[in-house]
Design a protein around this ligand. Structure first.
Ligand code: NAI
Ligand code: AKG
Length: 527
């Protein structure tokens, strides 16, 4: 498999990928070249310079994953990727400290006139009176967007003895109290803060959130910081407000259009400090995001889920730790029900029993669906497209939970309905090892690997021996065997583990045997 590492990604992550894949490194990648070469690649890693547009995605016939070595994914067309089942991942925490510290640096640089003082000194000037600044201590900092970076800035501002007013429609009071900030409305923040810093993504709600109208409501001498996304503060309005003295100063790292050229409205305005999107540019952050995304790409290319996927329901690391051993088992249970079902599946129920009921099991259910669809679908089914593919095929998916798992510590039962018939397969974990423990009413103990041949048959002497002879004569090695009974003892279920494929003719001859009710092959290599 081939990975494209664009935009000057740190070598640390690239080295990890090179252990398994061919990695093509392109520090500068013009849009036309990206369009031309993208069909070769299974994965792409980008920072913010490369735009992974719908046009790129449409041409990316082999692409399975897009990794954004950073937080913001606004340079990636996520709906287009999702529609194609391409996983999009980012590194939510890898550059948090870098962006937080850059915000503090920008606030200090602006309030103490450091950039202009340096610039004039480099020219041999000594302007002590001209560059008198203001202190942070005792001032009110308005933080809009109290996520990872906003909270980090608030924490550091408190250490500078600032008062912090925070606005975030999604923050709860308890968390704000724990951080030591005062929760406020948007209007309270803009009317009362001496410094305002924004830390949210650019969305239809946040675009242009601070324009001339809001700046006019702000305190005289207010200073603004934007190290989040260009466009949250209207650039033309900010330039005008600083020129007119409505806003005393601004420190900006991000722009509506990057790279910025000389004719940008914010360039050359005295009182505005500009950096060229340097928030994440520290050695540590670039190693962090590169390694995070490389690990995600490795997992995704091995068919495993990635906790930082942005086009799947998010899973916290704590929940992931609990559910990850079950994912493989659930896939194999899904694969088994599809193979044993009498026809196309109309609905599927995934029932959880035992300790696993305490966490969100959506991803485990997705794993079961992935396992159900992969053997019967042409393209690749993965954690991103499995739920929508099931929906497209009209398969109703439901979950059920029961605390009591009987004699097991945990149990997952996948039940598929096809017309009037039903197949139920249950599995459990013994340590980290998955086992199928029931198939319909039959109690078995099957390691779900390679291929299994599942045969309900009459409980009488000679049946098992006949099957053994047929397999032997066809040179098919049986590497495991289980016979499960039911309470009535009239029917048994034979499960043979076989490494090789079984020719259709041999399968037909087994099905035709007297005393064999059915014979179905489950191919776990298909999951
Ligand atoms: N300058 C740079 O190089 C960097 C910029 N960033 C940008 O910083 C921003 C924040 O990043 P994180 O803190 O990691 O994200 P986050 O997801 O942890 O936090 C975002 C916060 O914004 C809040 N929010 C969403 N809509 C809002 C609204 N309408 N009003 C107020 N709050 C709202 C959310 O509730 C959330 O708490 C992102 O846009 C990211 O792309 C991140 C890293 C580096
Ligand atoms: O890759 C970069 O330097 C940009 C970082 C950034 O803006 C982000 O992570 O959202």
């Amino acid at each position: 498999m081939k990975v494209l590492a664009a935009d000057g990604i740190s070598p640390k992550g690239i080295e990890l990928l090179q252990k398994e894949f061919e990695v093509v490194v392109k520090d500068k990648l013009p849009a036309e070249e990206l369009l031309e070469i993208i069909p070769q690649f299974d994965a792409i890693m980008v920072r913010s310079a490369s735009k992974v547009t719908k046009e790129v995605i449409d041409r990316a016939t082999n692409l399975k994953i897009i990794g954004r070595a950073g937080v913001g994914v606004d340079n990636i067309d996520i709906p287009a990727a999702t529609a194609r089942g391409i996983i999009v991942i980012n590194s939510p925490g890898g550059n948090t400290i870098a962006a937080t510290e850059h915000t503090m640096a920008m606030m200090l640089a602006m309030s103490r006139n450091i950039p202009i003082a340096n610039e004039t000194m480099q020219k041999g000037e000594w302007n002590r009176k001209k560059y008198v600044g203001v202190e942070l201590r005792g001032k009110t900092l308005g933080v809009i967007g109290m996520g990872r970076i906003g909270s980090g800035v608030a924490k550091r501002a408190l250490a500078f003895e600032m008062n912090v007013l925070a606005y975030d429609p999604y923050i709860n009071e308890e968390r704000a109290q724990a951080l030591g900030v005062k929760v406020a409305t948007f209007d309270e923040v803009i009317e009362n803060a001496d410094f305002i810093t924004v830390h949210m993504p650019l969305t239809p709600d946040t675009k242009g959130m601070i324009g001339m109208e809001q700046m006019k409501k702000m305190k005289k001498g207010v200073r603004l910081v934007n190290c989040a996304r260009g466009g949250i503060i209207v650039e033309e309005d900010l330039a005008e407000a600083v020129k007119q003295g409505i806003v005393a100063g601004a420190a900006i790292d991000v722009y509506t259009k990057e790279p910025v050229t000389k004719d940008h409205p914010l360039v050359g305005v005295p009182g505005i400090v500009l950096t060229p999107h340097l928030g994440a540019s520290t050695v540590e952050a670039q190693i962090g995001v590169s390694v995070d995304v490389a690990k995600g790409i490795l997992a995704a290319l091995h068919g495993e889920p990635v906790a930082t996927a942005v086009n799947m329901a998010p899973v916290s690391p704590e929940v992931m730790k609990v559910i990850s051993p079950y994912l493989n088992l659930a896939e194999r249970l899904g694969c088994t029900v599809t193979s044993l079902a009498a026809g196309p599946v109309d609905s599927v129920e995934v029932k959880y029993q035992g300790d696993i009921t305490e966490v969100n099991t959506n991803l485990v259910t997705t794993a079961a669906i992935k396992g159900m669809l992969n053997p019967v679908m042409e393209g690749e089914v993965n954690y991103v497209n499995a739920p929508s593919l099931a929906k497209e095929r009209g398969i109703k998916v439901s979950e059920k939970k029961e605390k009591d798992a009987g004699s097991f510590a945990n149990l997952i039962t996948v039940t598929a309905k096809s017309g009037d018939t039903e197949v139920a397969v249950a599995g459990t974990l013994f340590g980290d090892e998955g086992r199928i423990v029931t198939i319909n009413d039959f109690r078995v103990d099957v390691d779900p690997h390679a291929r299994i041949l599942v045969m309900p048959h009459i409980n009488r002497p000679g049946v098992i021996g006949t099957i053994g002879s047929i397999m032997g004569n066809s040179h098919i090695n049986i590497s495991g065997m289980q016979v499960g009974g039911t309470k009535d003892q009239e029917t048994n279920l034979m499960v043979l583990t076989i490494d090789d494929d079984i020719p259709e003719k041999v399968l037909a001859s087994i099905k035709a045997l007297d005393g064999i009710f059915d014979a179905k092959l489950v191919n776990f290599y298909a999951v």
